[in-house]
Design a protein around this ligand. Structure first.
Ligand SMILES: [Zn+2]
Length: 280
């Protein structure tokens, strides 16, 4: 599932392809993704110029010259593939195809169809049901130790579960919640309300750091954020704890056998990986 760093690299890859360009042709090849596509979707997009592409949490926002915004979420399996070979055969999961006036195509491919596309009036964008309850951007200025401490105060739930609540911090997914808790040395089982003061400072800094480093790694491993096959973004990672249960802990010298090393548990139906020795 694409996490925030992938979405950010997709946004950075889309900018040079779409910003300032006119959508000469838009082909809608299915009725619905996670939700039905809006009425007249392709027709409303056709001929519009893309002014700017931004990200909010894991939503991609393309502002159009007609005053509408194309809102897009990659869901579980959504991919943006760019090609200038318009005769390249379409895949059966290419659900929306954008062709710019300069002849490039962006194909939205989504095998599992948990993705979202919607068209929203710019003036009502932040009231959209998918956006209105989102907390601060983890890489934005409003997110810091005191803000995180305030959002966690009074919460009697494990910190790992609280971090996945999009009202606490927007766009943080399961993998980076695990990585940030590990980097901050905080147990995923710790009660959220106890993360105050210096602990909250440490955790907010760790969240920024793990996300920032992943985005940087994505940028430096790709040319213009495009993979060789035309897919935007990247999906190669080096995680410290995620998906590493049973492996030695990279930071302390604990290792299996003998009770050490990275462990896996399940919290709120999501897998959590952590080092019980390093994280308290
Ligand atoms: Zn360890």
């Amino acid at each position: 599932m694409p996490e925030l760093p992938e979405v950010e690299t997709v946004v950075r890859g889309l900018r040079p392809k779409l910003e300032g360009r006119v959508l000469a042709e838009v082909e809608q090849r299915c009725e619905s993704l996670r939700f039905p596509l809006p009425e007249g979707f392709a027709r409303r997009l056709r001929g519009r110029r893309v002014l700017r592409i931004d990200r909010r949490a894991k939503y991609i926002l393309a502002r159009l010259d007609g005053g509408e915004v194309l809102l897009c979420h990659l869901g579980m399996s959504g991919r943006m593939v760019v090609t200038d070979a318009r005769d390249r055969p379409l895949d059966k999961h290419d659900h929306v195809v954008f062709t710019t006036a300069t002849g490039e195509q962006i194909r939205f491919n989504d095998a599992r169809r948990f993705g979202v596309m919607d068209l929203v009036d710019e003036g009502r964008l932040w009231q959209h049901r998918l956006l209105r309850d989102l907390g601060p951007e983890p890489l934005g200025n409003a997110f810091n130790g005191p803000a995180l401490a305030a959002a966690l105060s009074g919460r009697r739930t494990p910190i790992k579960t609280a971090l996945l609540d999009q009202r606490v911090v927007a766009g943080l997914g399961n993998i980076y919640a695990c990585e940030a808790l590990y980097a901050a040395g905080l147990s995923p089982r710790r009660q959220a309300y106890t993360v105050q003061g210096r602990r909250a400072e440490r955790l907010a800094a760790a969240i920024r750091d793990v996300l920032g480093r992943a985005i940087e790694a994505g940028g430096s491993s790709l040319r213009d954020y495009v993979q060789a096959d035309g897919e935007l973004g990247y999906f190669q990672h080096h995680w410290a704890v995620y998906d590493r249960a049973g492996e030695p802990c990279p930071d302390c010298d604990c290792a299996p056998p003998g009770g050490g090393g990275i462990r896996r548990t399940v919290q709120s139906n999501r897998s959590t990986c952590y080092c019980p020795r390093r994280q308290r």
